[in-house]
Design a protein around this ligand. Structure first.
Ligand code: ASP
Ligand code: MG
Length: 296
């Protein structure tokens, strides 16, 4: 069943995005500029996969954030990619049932977009997907209760502020929110990588994650930084190696980087939630669980 839902989910999301004017482009596997995944309180990276080719050092894609920003500035204002992301998570994450060291992200970006644009679009994508799975996979699903556990709010999904959650629930606010919510909710204002927009006056981050009950985060995104001075200042503050981001910095300096917003949907996580599966392992045809390397 999870295989069928996975295929259905990919088809539904991709078709709806294309219908609304997005172009579908190809993933990148090796490049100099990939997501630093730092500083991100949620990241737990044991090592980064690097290779030397033609005398240059490249990394395996951790997310296509940098390529998305460049693509939507120079090539097409709305794009998405279904891309493999390699994040060698620490072995202790084996027990979470929610982390994989290789997973698939449906990553999209919208020139001049903002939280409202992304919120509206994602909520509609999910509403349609859930409605269509219930309708089209009904016969397959009625026996095992698929999607009966899913509740969506009538109006928009509720919004929380991560800093406020931290103040009221402490550092383990994520566990608390996962346990207490009944519908998907947005969590905003999470301090993390340089590319997420930070309002220097209020100190608030214009980013957002989507959390679902019982499981946790299935989408992560933000409005982006596009101004050279701010990007370089944040990179230096965070100890990010500026040499890895030469093209991005060049475009920003030339004023060619466009303001944008976007997000990535963790496909296996979305399907885990849809199927109410025990863990992410049940959904990956060839599981990539932290600490475990299978023969296939
Ligand atoms: N896909 C995310 C974004 O668009 C980045 C990530 O993978 O964390 O912001
Ligand atoms: Mg991230």
């Amino acid at each position: 069943m999870t295989t069928k839902v996975l295929s259905y989910t990919l088809n539904s999301l991709v078709s709806k995005l294309i219908e609304s004017g997005f172009v579908w482009t190809l993933p990148v596997i090796l490049s100099k500029s990939t997501d630093p995944l730092w500083p991100d309180p949620g990241a737990s990276i044991e090592k980064r996969i690097e290779a030397e080719i033609y005398g240059h050092q490249v990394r395996m894609t951790t997310s296509m954030i940098i390529h998305k920003m460049v693509f939507c500035s120079l090539l097409h204002p709305k794009l998405f990619i279904v891309s493999p992301n390699v994040r060698i998570e620490k072995r202790e994450r084996q027990k979470t049932g929610w982390h994989a060291y290789e997973f698939t992200q449906l990553d999209f970006e919208i020139q001049n977009g903002d939280f409202e644009t992304v919120k509206k679009m994602v909520e509609k994508l999910l509403q349609d997907l859930i409605h269509d799975v219930r309708r089209d996979l009904y016969d397959d699903t009625k026996n095992n209760g698929l999607l009966k556990h899913i509740e969506l709010p009538k109006k928009g999904f509720p919004i929380f502020d991560a800093q406020e959650l931290q103040r009221s629930h402490g550092q383990y606010w994520e566990d608390e929110i996962i346990r207490s919510i009944k519908t998907p909710v947005w969590v905003r204002n999470i301090p993390r990588e340089f590319y997420d927009f930070e309002d220097t006056e209020t100190g608030k981050w214009d980013n957002y994650d989507l959390f679902v009950p019982k499981y946790g985060e299935i989408l992560s995104g933000a409005k982006r930084e596009w101004e050279y001075e701010k990007i370089i200042r944040k990179m230096k503050r965070d100890g990010v190696n500026v040499d890895l981001y030469k093209e991005l910095l060049y475009l920003a300096k030339e004023g060619k980087l466009a303001p944008s917003a976007g997000a990535g949907i963790g496909i296996e996580r979305l399907v885990t939630w849809l199927c109410d599966a025990k863990n992410i392992e049940r959904v990956q045809p060839f599981p990539k669980i932290p600490g475990v390397v299978l023969d296939l």
